[in-house]
Design a binder for this molecule. Sequence first.
Ligand code: NAD
Ligand code: TYD
Length: 343
Amino acid sequence: MRNIMVTGGAGFIGSAFVRHMVKTYPHYNIITFDKLTYAGNLENLLTVKDAPNHSFAQGDIADREAVGATIEAHQIDTIVNFAAETHVDRSILDPDAFLRTNVFGVYVLLEQARSAGVGRFLHVSTDEVYGDVSEGYSVESDPFLPNSPYAAAKASGELMVRSYHVTYGMDTVVTRGSNTYGVYQYPEKLIPLFITEALEDRPLPVYGDGMQIRDWLYVDDHARGVDVVLHHGASGEAYNLAGEELRYNIDIVRQLLALLGKPESLIRYVPDRPGHDRRYAMDASKARALGWKRQHTLETGLPLTVEWYQNNAWWWRKIKTGEYLEYFKQQYAARLASARDQV
Ligand code: NAD
Ligand code: TYD
């Protein structure tokens, strides 16, 4: 491994991975390849901007020429694919871009990697491919039962990766991360949305009864997990990166309000997300056996996250303008208008 192309490296988890790799492996060249969609942000990479072992190329993973040219120009031998449309609510409003990037884009990336003779291909996937897990913990051999257009597109992309391993003998590995939170997360997902809204004393739209369960993983632990699987994962295998921190949504919201010193009267119960999975839960034994161990629990990770958003309003205030406000209105205006204070 010498020249690693990190697709989607200007997003939330991808940028944490880039920052980690640039610092940890000065002898690797890290090339961030990102389309810079609404979720991509070069300010996430400010700390590695002048690093001699990092460079940036703007491009779309579904664009054969752009992908091929970057692989050739940098003599890429390894690809780590974070690039995706990632927000479940947006996938419900309009699935189109999800199919294009998360399925067709993955295929283009695989095909360009194969024809250029790239070595290891790590694909970043999600616990949402398993669908709703009413009890117990998903293991890697469990079937895929995705329920949202986002999850179905991620499952489809992952199956393409599997097929390139089986059919063409490509050296692939897959990570399936659980709900991730931390610094530089775009303020549309639960934790950064609620922190930034609460900081402005605005109502917090909890879907349904707030009793859905998610498993929370701190972003740097996710990035380190991808590093461990990249270096030590067995070819053709998938690895669950689980935070093993299962919480009801409403408990996360209450904890955030307590950390922010804001009142619970900001909570509003709004009509539920259609097809809303009640519970995700994964078993992380396989990744642990490779040497991965998460360092943060919610007890340490959540205060770090809250503090970062308190101290970095310059970062998120710029985002909460223009297209963001349009999306916010479409997603929340009617819901908040019919909201209730109690379940
Ligand atoms: P994000 O939305 O913050 O970032 C996605 C990045 O991909 C952005 O920089 C965007 O510009 C880029 N991108 C989108 N389409 C592209 C395209 N066609 N070509 C090139 N770049 C493109 O997402 P994230 O939360 O950092 O998620 C990264 C990966 O991790 C995704 O594959 C996601 O499915 C997976 N994942 C996320 C979570 C989570 O909780 N956030 C959990 C498990 C897995
Ligand atoms: P989200 O951060 O969108 O991640 P995912 O859908 O991938 O799990 O949502 C996390 C949980 O929080 C999920 O159960 C939906 C819920 N949620 C709300 O209740 N209100 C909101 O405004 C958002 C964005 C999410």
